[in-house]
Write a protein that binds this ligand. Structure first.
Ligand code: CP
Length: 329
């Protein structure tokens, strides 16, 4: 029977990577295990493997990005793919060309995969529905909907530092409502079986359906942080706010800022995560962002291996990575 999830093809294989929703624990674990194999490639002097030789990956970033765009470019290059970075600021979309016409041009240039970042929720799904069925689409973040590769690099980081997901208390702080990172991260954490996901922030920054995500909601930071294993800060997504949601950034920091004093309430070996960009003195103290418990830059590094894993799996090479790893062991 065909899988109704648009991410799967008629052979029930993961063909696009659009969202964490609909992916089971085995699929998420396969991505993490595959990424584990690629970390050894990234530690070598020659970091390239030929898995995607002859393939072309087009990065279509309609919204700003530092970490995601560069990590995808490095990941594609390390898999030996050709990369096209479309400068959308000076592309023909600014001269009135429709998104679909731009996609047709990239198809005519024989692209095999599009990595898409867009400010509209649902943009990556829309593109997946309208391109040739042979092209793979990866969602690099769409509106406030999903950021699935960020979720997977966050899961990879947690597994690296904590060993497994069971028994973990994970706290996500701040602007949950506008955060695609939070939505995708919560989905992945729950599928991978953590003990509890807590979200904490002002009521105005919580989604209306927050409890339905399977989280425990707090308004008090000190209560939320008690005995936490993983503490994740989020940026205030001002560009997605249509009206004032907090009195001021100063008051937000007073009430919800991740400070050294507050980190003492979490477990002593708790790790501090943040998808970036970080706003020091707004959601996180500089000394916490740069402190011993921070794994924020490790998240960025792991993002390369995780994106190599996602790209190779959806292009049908996941099994080859596993076999190569087993042969090396
Ligand atoms: N975490 C993240 O998506 O960062 P960028 O916006 O820099 O890609």
């Amino acid at each position: 029977m065909n899988n109704p999830d648009p991410q799967f093809n008629q052979f029930n294989k993961l063909h696009h990577f659009l969202s964490i929703d609909g992916l089971d624990k085995a699929t998420l674990t396969h991505i993490l295990d595959t990424a584990e194999g690629f970390t050894s490639v990234n530690d070598k002097a020659i970091k390239n493997v030929p898995l995607l030789r002859g393939k072309t990956v087009a990065n279509l970033f309609f919204e700003n990005s530092t970490r995601t765009r560069t990590a995808f470019e490095l990941a594609a290059k390390r898999l030996s793919a050709d990369t096209l970075n479309i400068d959308l600021v000076s592309s023909s979309t600014k001269k009135g060309e429709s998104l679909l016409d731009t996609l047709r041009v990239l198809e005519a240039l024989q692209s095999d995969m599009f990595v898409v970042r867009h400010s509209d929720s649902g943009a990556a799904n829309f593109i997946a529905r309208h391109v040739s069925p042979s092209i793979n689409i990866i969602n690099g973040g769409d509106g406030q909907h999903a950021h699935p590769t960020q979720a997977m690099l966050d899961m990879f980081t947690i597994r690296r530092y904590k060993g497994s997901f069971e028994n973990l208390i994970v706290v996500i702080i701040g602007d949950i409502r506008h955060s695609r990172v939070a939505r995708s991260g919560i989905g992945a954490l729950i599928t991978l079986g953590v003990a509890q996901v807590r979200v904490v922030g002002p009521q105005t920054l919580m989604p209306a359906d927050v409890e339905s995500l399977g989280v425990v909601v707090y308004q008090d930071m000190d209560l939320a942080l008690a005995d936490a294993d993983v503490v994740m800060g989020l940026r205030l997504q001002n560009e997605r706010m249509t009206s004032a949601t907090i009195p001021s950034t100063g008051e937000f920091y007073q009430t919800y800022g991740l400070t050294p004093a507050r980190m003492k309430l979490a477990k002593p070996d708790a790790i501090v995560m943040h998808p970036g960009p970080t706003n020091r003195g707004v959601e996180i103290a500089a000394s916490v962002a740069d402190g011993k418990q921070s794994v924020i830059l490790n998240q960025v590094t792991y993002g390369i291996a995780v994106r190599m894993a996602v790209m190779s799996i959806i292009m049908g090479h996941g099994e080859e990575v596993r076999i190569a790893e087993a042969n090396q062991a």
